[in-house]
Design a protein around this ligand. Structure first.
Ligand code: SF4
Length: 356
């Protein structure tokens, strides 16, 4: 039964990743093709890494690893600093499962190199300091010639690369350098390369843009679920049929919390209402800081896809939950103020007692 649900060909028989434009144009290659090419180039050590996100697709791959179907030398989870607690619980569930299997592959948690607190830290820096980089795919409105606010674009989704993929690559590099007795400042030996598995599914082929890492030329990315012609729903179904945790990974403040396909603001509101209140606060502060004219971003930012304040999108729920969590929210802001003062020398202009 388990094997059937893992490789149920009836679900994928109409799909063939080899016919996709991305594959035909060489945007990505299969893992076997990569291994053959790298071996032909004299790479004697090809390290296999799973970029684990704690959600559905990379968990599907992790289970395949525990079953002995995919080899990994390292399993690396990059904590974006904004995952809901239920995703951390899922990561813990998979750590326990690894123990039950007696699997000993190093399973490491990592994070952004300079902003250890991840996306929350990036956003707090953006709100409280002159930090200008904004890596979230936020919805933007513009002001037209008549002074009306009109629909604009979407900021590029740079956070996945900066807070998930690059930390995984940096950590894999560090681990291998250490295992070879080399310092991080030294060059990677010429006979060494890496293949990092990313849990994109067949329905996400459009997200595939690279095969070779732009940061580390000896690193390559592969997409095993695409090669298996499996969709996101196939992975969710597999996990459900096997009584495994099935919540989709993302940040609690992700603008792609879009009320469909298992990723929704409702889930954050129901499962983790304090995080929802934090997201509402961040959403509001982003527009406040944008209105000061000190940011390079000239558009008006919204976390919610309707391009309205997040708290207005869920007005009634917000009102109740704000009352419930206002003290915790204030404590969280004060903690951040202390951290920002210590790390970035921030002097505060925002009064915490003004939030509402
Ligand atoms: S889940 Fe959303 S906010 Fe978090 S890294 Fe991915 S795109 Fe960015």
């Amino acid at each position: 039964m388990e094997q059937l649900t893992m490789f149920d060909e009836s679900k994928s028989e109409l799909r063939n990743f080899m016919e996709s434009e991305k594959y035909r144009k060489g945007v990505f290659k299969t893992k076997d093709e990569l291994i053959q090419e790298l071996s032909a180039q004299g790479k004697k050590h090809i390290y296999r890494v799973l970029s684990f996100g704690g959600g559905t697709q990379s968990s599907h791959l992790l289970e395949q690893h525990f079953k002995g179907l995919i080899h990994y030398d390292y399993i690396i989870f990059s904590d974006t600093g904004a995952e809901p607690e239920f995703i951390h619980q899922q990561v813990e569930w998979w750590r326990q499962r690894q123990k039950e299997y007696g699997n000993t592959t190093p399973f490491i948690t990592t994070h952004h190199k300079s902003m250890e607190r991840g996306l929350e830290e990036m956003l707090m820096r953006y709100i409280y300091t002159d930090y200008q980089r904004f890596q979230l795919p936020i919805y933007c409105n513009e002001i037209d010639k008549d002074g009306n606010e009109v629909k604009g674009g979407l900021m590029p989704r740079q956070c996945t690369v900066d807070f998930k993929i690059i930390p995984v690559k940096q950590t894999a590099r560090r681990l291998v350098m250490e295992s070879k007795g080399l310092k991080s400042t030294q060059r990677m030996p010429k006979d060494t390369s890496f293949i990092i598995d990313i849990g994109f599914s067949y329905d996400e082929i459009k997200r595939i843009n690279v095969c070779q890492s732009p940061q580390f030329k000896y690193m390559y990315l592969s997409y095993p679920l695409v090669e298996e012609n499996l969709t996101t729903n196939d992975s969710i179904q597999f996990l459900r049929e096997n009584n495994m945790p099935d919540k989709r990974s993302r940040c609690y403040l992700c603008p792609f919390n879009c009320d469909k396909q298992g990723i929704s603001w409702d889930e954050i509101i129901e499962e983790e209402s304090l995080s929802f209140i934090k997201a509402c606060w961040i959403d509001e502060q982003l527009r406040k800081v944008q209105s000061t004219g000190t940011k390079m971003m000239k558009s008006i930012p919204y976390l919610h896809y309707k391009r309205i304040p997040l708290k207005e999108a869920y007005n009634e729920k917000y009102a109740k939950l704000y009352l419930k969590h206002q003290n915790e929210l204030t404590e969280w802001i004060i903690e951040w103020e202390q951290r920002l003062a210590e790390k970035y020398g921030v002097e505060f202009e925002v009064e915490t007692n003004e939030i509402a």
